[in-house]
Each structure stands twice: as C-alpha cells, then as structure tokens.
Design a protein around this ligand. Structure first.
Ligand SMILES: *[C@@H]1O[C@H](CO)[C@@H](O)[C@H](O)[C@H]1NC(C)=O
Ligand SMILES: *[C@@H]1O[C@H](CO)[C@@H](O)[C@H](O)[C@H]1NC(C)=O
Ligand SMILES: *[C@@H]1O[C@H](CO)[C@@H](O)[C@H](O)[C@H]1NC(C)=O
Ligand SMILES: *[C@@H]1O[C@H](CO)[C@@H](O)[C@H](O)[C@H]1NC(C)=O
Ligand SMILES: *[C@@H]1O[C@H](CO)[C@@H](O)[C@H](O)[C@H]1NC(C)=O
Ligand SMILES: *[C@@H]1O[C@H](CO)[C@@H](O)[C@H](O)[C@H]1NC(C)=O
Ligand SMILES: *[C@@H]1O[C@H](CO)[C@@H](O)[C@H](O)[C@H]1NC(C)=O
Length: 249
C-alpha cells in the first residue's frame, strides 16, 4: 500500500489537494447552473410593500386559534437576495417571484390600489390570509396576475365589492375570499364563474351574495371539487345540477 511509506503530513496534503479539486469543480458547476437572483424591480416592490404596511402582533391574533403568527416581512433586508426571504419563492430559472406566502404575518395597514404588491406580475401563489388590511377595498389590480393559480385573502379584513377584474385570473385553481366583509354581485359573479374554468376550490364563506341568484351556480367550473358557501345569504333554490359536487356545499 502506498500509504504505508508516505509520511503523515504528505497524506494530509494529498487529501487536502483532492478535496480542493472536488470543491472547486463543484463550485464551478454549481455556479454555471445556479439559480437567478431576484430582480432589483421585484426586490424593490417587496420592500416597498413591506414599508407601506406596519407590523402589529395583534393583527393576526384573530387566527391564532388556527395557526401560529409571526412577522415574516420583518427579516426582509435590502441588499440580500429577495428569493431567500421568508415567505418569498422564486422561479429557479427566471428568478421571478412566483409565490408570496404572508399568511398570519401580523400585517396591519391598508392595501392601496397603487401598492407595489401589484407589480409582482409573475406570482402564481398569493396568500395574505389572516392579517388586518383594515377594511381595504379589494383593488381591481388583483386582476393583474396573469399566472395566478392560488389566491387566499381569507380573514384579512377586506371590504366592499369583489372586483369584476378577478375574472381575468383564468388560471386560478383555488380562491378563498372567506371571512371578510366582501360582497359579490350578479353580473360580476357570472363572469367570474364563466371565465375561471380551471377552478377546483372556491371558498366564499361570509361573502355577501344576497344579490346573486343561486341558479347562476350552474355555470360553475366542471373542475370544481370543493365549494364552501357558509353564511353568505344566498336565497332561493339551488340548481339540482350542482349536487354532483363532492365537496361541502
Ligand atoms: C462539472 O461539469 C463538467 C462539464 O460541464 C463535467 O465534466 C464534470 O464531471 C462536472 N463535475 C462535477 C463534480 O459534477
Ligand atoms: C397594535 O394594534 C392595536 C389594536 O389595533 C393597537 O391598540 C396598538 O396600539 C397597536 N400597536 C402598535 C405598536 O402600533
Ligand atoms: C373570522 O374573522 C373573525 C374576526 O373578524 C375571527 O374572530 C374568526 O375567528 C375568523 N374565522 C375564521 C374561520 O377564520
Ligand atoms: C398611494 O396612494 C396613496 C393615496 O391613495 C398615497 O398616499 C401614497 O403616497 C401612494 N403611494 C405611492 C407609492 O404612490
Ligand atoms: C376571461 O379571461 C381572458 C383570459 O383568459 C381575458 O382575456 C378576458 O378578459 C376574461 N374575461 C373577463 C370577463 O374578465
Ligand atoms: C386560506 O388560508 C386559511 C388560513 O391560513 C386556511 O385556513 C384556508 O384553508 C386557506 N384556503 C385555501 C383554499 O387553501
Ligand atoms: C350561464 O352562462 C350563460 C352564458 O354561457 C348565460 O347565458 C346564462 O345566463 C348563465 N346562467 C345563469 C343561470 O346565470
């Protein structure tokens, strides 16, 4: 065995040398295919959003029964890759922010029409559930996320009419608007139902639908697996066609 006549320090050097070779080739390879960093525009949009909304530990307390809340945005720092920030996920190839999960993040403040959140056009998942947006209107800009598949605004103190623009979110698989002070009206609702053909989960508990005819539900997506409509003041007969649904109606 060659080891037997090599002095110990030389062996160490040999090991060190081969170790360096491996690590340098590994780092070369990983750098050539490394994921893209967050773009400065998206990083800026996230930081602006963070700075426009305050953090207050009581803002998510209404959901503490269901989930532990903590301020995810508190650790976001300028100068670091936003793809590594808590609650933020990016596409490995393009570097675009594709998911923003800020549920139960102690966010307190109004979400304005001009919020920089609406500049994140590549989002597929947006979860703002269980915060306190202090009665903010649901902006028409919620329709400006062409790739969005999941939207969760549950229990986050939004108010007013659900804007017709959400009908533009034609890739949506799930939407949860439950437990706010939101209202859905007839023409908007039918447009919404007709355009969201991929929808599987629709949660509208506590959404005021008193002006929606239950019959319009016949136009629900055939992909639907779950529909939740508790406490939403629907009046009249439910179309019998609906009862093939497996979910809780
Ligand atoms: C690094 O990549 C080169 C070609 O790009 C390949 O020949 C080599 O085996 C790779 N090394 C490792 C450690 O994966
Ligand atoms: C947090 O919110 C509560 C209730 O809205 C308020 O009383 C309190 O002053 C707020 N705290 C801070 C630090 O803003
Ligand atoms: C709905 O929101 C209220 C506060 O407005 C809260 O007390 C309640 O726990 C929430 N329910 C659910 C199911 O999130
Ligand atoms: C957004 O609009 C509000 C008033 O509606 C204004 O106070 C605020 O400065 C605007 N913010 C930006 C970033 O333009
Ligand atoms: C339906 O979705 C398409 C995109 O798939 C969009 O161009 C159209 O404006 C939407 N219709 C409504 C009523 O929002
Ligand atoms: C939306 O978020 C709430 C709170 O985290 C959660 O309970 C609910 O299941 C979510 N809705 C969907 C459709 O995933
Ligand atoms: C269902 O959608 C069609 C358009 O495709 C519309 O003419 C019809 O009125 C809708 N049904 C109800 C009950 O809203």
């Amino acid at each position: 065995m060659w080891e037997s006549f090599l002095p110990y320090p030389v062996l160490c050097l040999l090991f060190l040398f081969s170790y360096l070779q491996v690590t340098s080739s590994l780092s070369l390879n990983s750098s050539s295919q490394s994921r893209k960093l967050c773009s400065s525009e998206e990083s800026f949009a996230l930081l602006n959003f963070k700075n426009s909304i305050s953090i207050n530990s009581s803002a998510s307390s209404h959901c503490d029964y269901y989930a532990v809340s903590y301020p995810r945005t508190a650790s976001w720092k300028q100068g670091s890759d936003c793809c590594s920030w808590d609650g933020v996920t990016c596409d490995a190839f393009t570097g675009h922010v594709t998911s923003l999960d800020l549920r139960s993040s102690c966010l307190l403040g109004t979400l304005e029409v001009n919020s920089s959140l609406f500049l994140l056009h590549h989002l597929r998942n947006l979860n703002l559930a269980c915060n306190n947006f202090q009665g903010s209107r649901m902006s028409s800009n919620f329709g400006q996320f062409p790739y969005l598949t999941h939207l969760n605004l549950s229990s986050s103190y939004f108010s007013g009419l659900v804007p017709v623009e959400i009908s533009q979110l034609s890739k949506l698989l799930s939407i949860d608007l439950s437990n706010n002070s939101l209202k859905l009206e007839q023409p908007n609702f039918v447009k919404f139902l007709l355009n969201l053909t991929e929808l599987r989960y629709l949660v509208l508990d506590f959404v005021d639908m008193s002006l929606v005819a239950p019959g319009s539900l016949v136009n629900l997506s055939s992909s639907l697996v779950s529909l939740s409509l508790r406490h939403n003041y629907l009046q009249g007969e439910f179309p019998s066609e609906m009862f093939h649904l497996q979910g809780h109606v």
